[in-house]
Design a protein around this ligand. Structure first.
Ligand code: NAP
Length: 330
């Protein structure tokens, strides 16, 4: 976290359910700002919440308020929640109600503003007409280009809403550091994901290896190439601001990822990456069947993912059009 601040990464993103009730993004923030109180004003904090027992989203007015109140309580005044997201859309609660609850919490000063997570283009447009939406968090990477073609980037551009591109390093695989399924630790969440299953893994390594060659040519790491590809997308006229939010657990990786902003890709190099994407089709969905059913775009629970799989994480992200302004997520 100190490395992130010293790299200029001062927009941080976390989740109430990343970890346990006693050790999660919020408690980590509390610990950090207790030791470094003077840094609190330098950082903007975005938090995901509203997941009830079994990781099922509950955006009823009561549950949403309780989630926000728990987060505020865990921060204990050490930092403020600048933006809050329901981790998923709750199909049992009208969007109008969810946004009205969040707006009320903004007016009470418990949160600074509203963002959205895993929503589709239609929801983005509807939400943007109902409330001020500060950001939309969806998966975008060289493994997952869906939002570029399914209307999500168009909707965000239309309403000038920045996208937080999560898993920009393909949950680590695009870094080239994981060579096979067995490299994943025994209880690692990725062992359940289709893209990491041995046959798919082998197929997806073709893309990873081709990207490795391009990264070597550029003199950067594969992780940096994956990140800077998103930064470059963000610079395109037909795109909204897209902010990659890679996760990492060491200061070295945080700094390496932050330096991706220094790598410059020209149009030819972007086209070359585009060609690689066309020839190497990614095998396997983003989540397993139950997870796909549960995740959205605009579906309603994370039940099959299991809270215990999430641990407090550090992510470092950068605003696409302002490469010197970075974001850290925890
Ligand atoms: N909104 C949503 O619905 C949603 C859903 C899922 C995830 N997310 C967000 O996305 C985050 C998860 O993304 P992620 O962190 O799994 O995906 P990621 O950023 O694509 O990949 C992170 C992985 O890459 C590794 N890594 C990071 N920098 C590296 C480098 N320079 N070289 C080699 N390896 C590197 C990390 O290793 P180490 O950890 O070992 O350092 C970690 O295993 C969550 O924390 C969450 O905030 C959001």
């Amino acid at each position: 976290m100190r490395a992130a601040i010293s790299s200029g990464c001062t927009f941080w993103d976390g989740g109430e359910f990343y970890g346990t009730p006693s050790s999660n993004s919020l408690t980590l923030l509390n610990d950090f700002f207790t030791s470094h109180p003077s840094e609190a004003d330098k950082v903007i904090v975005n938090i995901k919440g509203a997941l009830g027992p079994g990781m099922v989203v509950n955006a009823s007015p009561e549950a949403l308020r309780q989630s926000v109140e728990r987060c505020v309580q865990m921060l204990d005044g050490k930092a403020k929640i600048d933006m809050f997201e329901c981790a998923r859309r709750d199909r049992n609660v009208p969007l109008e109600s969810e946004l009205a609850t969040l707006q009320g919490l903004v007016e009470e000063g418990l949160i600074g503003g509203i963002a959205l997570s895993e929503v589709n283009a239609e929801t983005i447009r509807k939400a943007a007409r109902l409330a001020k939406i500060l950001a939309v968090e969806v998966e975008i990477s060289l493994f997952e280009t869906g939002p570029l073609g399914n209307g999500i980037t168009d909707a965000c551009r239309e309403f000038n809403i920045p996208i937080l591109a999560y898993c920009p390093i393909g949950r680590g695989m695009l870094s080239g550091q994981i060579k096979c399924f067995d490299d994943l630790p025994e209880k690692d969440f990725r062992r359940m994901l289709p893209r990491f299953q041995p046959a798919n893994f082998e197929n997806n390594m073709k893309l990873v290896k081709q990207l490795e060659v391009l990264a070597q040519k550029k003199g950067c790491t594969s992780a940096q190439l994956a990140i800077v590809w998103i930064v470059n997308l963000s610079r395109r006229e037909d795109m909204p601001t897209i902010i990659p939010i890679p996760g990492a657990t060491t200061a070295e990786r945080v700094m390496e990822n932050a330096k991706a902003g220094e790598v410059k890709l020209n149009e030819e190099e972007m086209a070359e990456i585009g060609e690689v994407l066309k020839t190497c089709e990614v095998a396997g969905e983003r989540y397993h069947a139950a997870g796909m059913k549960s995740i959205s775009h605009d579906r309603n629970s994370l039940e099959s993912l299991g809270a215990h799989h999430f641990s407090p994480r550090i992510q470092i992200c950068m605003w696409g059009r302002k490469p010197n302004t970075f974001i850290l997520s925890i």
